[in-house]
Design a protein around this ligand. Sequence first.
Ligand SMILES: [Zn+2]
Length: 285
Amino acid sequence: MFSLNIINNINDFLDIYHSSLLLKVVVLTFLILISLCIGSFLNVLIYRLPINESLTKKNSHCPKCGHMLKWYENIPLLSYIIQRGRCRGCKELISIQYPIIEFLSVCAFIIAYSRFNLSLETFLFTLILQMFIVIFMIDLKHQIIPDSINVVILVIGLLSLIIPHTSINQMMSINYIDKIIGFGVAILILIVFLLLEKLLNKELMGGGDLKLFFGIGLFMGWQLLILGIFIASVIAVIVEMMKKVIKSEKFLNKVIPFGPYLVMGFAIVYVFGLDIISLYLSLFN
Ligand SMILES: [Zn+2]
């Protein structure tokens, strides 16, 4: 009864939400501001997770001079613009990475919202995209995907099992069984890779990549998991080919791990999966 009441209340709220422009503007502004703040936290994750620095430790500081940031020097995007990208302590340039990540965090919400409107799926998908940003940056720099991020994605995958089926799941008729099979496929891929690596005696795919498949399999179902890995491989091949064409020393010597490709592949299939599949089918009709 209690949970039914909550669902009724949510539905009532959504009815008002869709009919009131003012409420829409207020709610969206609020959610965009929250996404900006989360973007700020993503920067903390990207910086601190690989070096095992505590996340709860307060007082952000300038990595160059150690200048402790006041609250007004720590406002997402705004502080960077007002200070013209320089530390107020040492006047050194602040990495452009910080405002870019904050901006991308907002983009994550806008992409999810434009696809799934105001729904639980939008929140889960926004969170997944934000975790993708963290994976992209950390894997590119440090060639690892932290277990803690994979755990968050696994939890989102589990949560997606209990939310009512909406939008993309319905459109693509991905159901609970597909999601459970997705988890099974992740186990299968893990076993195959472990056997292959034992046989060939070398690492073929990072352990973090393989662990990522569990949460993604649950969240997206086996169809999109496999399609996502395929798209990631295509992007990886294109980039490697570009490396050969461009012949820039710096670019050639840069080893790009598979994680960044994977998160791009998964983001693409979840946003455009339906279009990709219908395009594929139309080739045969
Ligand atoms: Zn400084």
